[in-house]
Design a protein around this ligand. Structure first.
Ligand SMILES: [Zn+2]
Ligand SMILES: [Zn+2]
Ligand SMILES: [Zn+2]
Length: 274
């Protein structure tokens, strides 16, 4: 009985072999090049009309953004998923800034130019805080015209920790004085800072990118005169410190119309020496 089984099995194997040999008349030889479609890649038999394939598998992408299969090089189109982006280089008056976006899927980055659009209210207030304008040089050159006359004046204040230096040039006369008393020097400093700050109310100003200045039209008070309307421009440096304040004011005194133009230059922050 056992012998008969073995013989039967042998016959079966021969028949199976014959069938196989009939269906594929050659030993498959596969191309070393990948064949591919949108989803898979494989090595195809190089035999004519043979449809046998080897190594068939899905494409291998690193992530949802990857555009090239790691195995066969099949390409596809994908879209990055950009985050909201962050300012990686802050724009200044002198130079554009940079905003960097990162893909939340693959961490790829792209950048965008960010133009300077003005100081924030905090930066503005910092620029005019007493601590920001502690030691500095203030120079104001003014020209007042009226009734066919022109009067030019120039005044310079230098402030240090405990001293003040004042130089005034008016009607051909020059006066110089050094204030060595700390209290007096501080009172003078406060007066100058307050007068600048009084002109610099954030809400009044708008940034003009073309001239890189802040502009405002507002009332300005000159000594004992009533307030007159004036054009004011302010300029800051890249450290957001005020470096220039210009104003043109028209006023009337003793029945005569005057136009006064002043340019205030602020410099030597923290380094002023007398
Ligand atoms: Zn084949
Ligand atoms: Zn592939
Ligand atoms: Zn991506």
């Amino acid at each position: 009985m056992k012998k008969i089984l073995v013989v039967l099995m042998a016959i079966c194997m021969v028949i199976t072999l014959c069938v196989t040999l009939t269906s594929c008349a050659h030993k498959c030889e596969f191309s070393t090049d990948w064949s591919k479609d949108a989803t898979h890649h494989w090595h195809a038999c190089i035999g004519e009309e043979c449809v046998e394939v080897a190594d068939k598998a899905e494409h291998v992408w690193d992530n949802a953004c990857d555009t090239s299969c790691n195995t066969c090089g099949q390409t596809r189109t994908t879209e990055h998923v950009w985050n909201a982006g962050e300012i990686t280089t802050k724009p200044t008056q002198a130079k554009d800034g940079v905003k960097t976006f990162t893909c939340t899927v693959c961490s790829e980055t792209k950048t965008e130019t960010v133009p300077f659009t003005g100081l924030t209210v905090d930066e503005w207030n910092d620029a005019f805080s007493s601590s920001s304008v502690e030691n500095f040089t203030y120079n104001e050159a003014s020209s007042t015209k009226g009734s066919g006359m022109t009067m030019d004046t120039e005044v310079t204040y230098k402030f240090t920790e405990d001293k003040a230096y004042v130089k005034m040039h008016m009607a051909g006369q020059t006066q110089e004085e050094t204030v060595n008393d700390k209290l007096t020097a501080n009172a003078l400093r406060k007066q100058m800072v307050d007068s600048i700050r009084e002109l610099a109310v954030f809400a009044d100003y708008s940034y003009d990118a073309a001239t890189k200045t802040y502009k405002a039209v507002r009332d300005i008070k000159i000594d004992s005169l009533d307030a007159s309307t004036s054009d004011i421009t302010l300029k800051f440096n890249d450290d957001n410190k005020l470096v220039e304040l210009k104003y043109t004011v028209e006023f009337e005194m003793s029945g005569i119309d005057f136009t006064a133009t002043s340019t205030v230059t602020l410099s030597d922050y923290g380094t002023t020496k007398i």
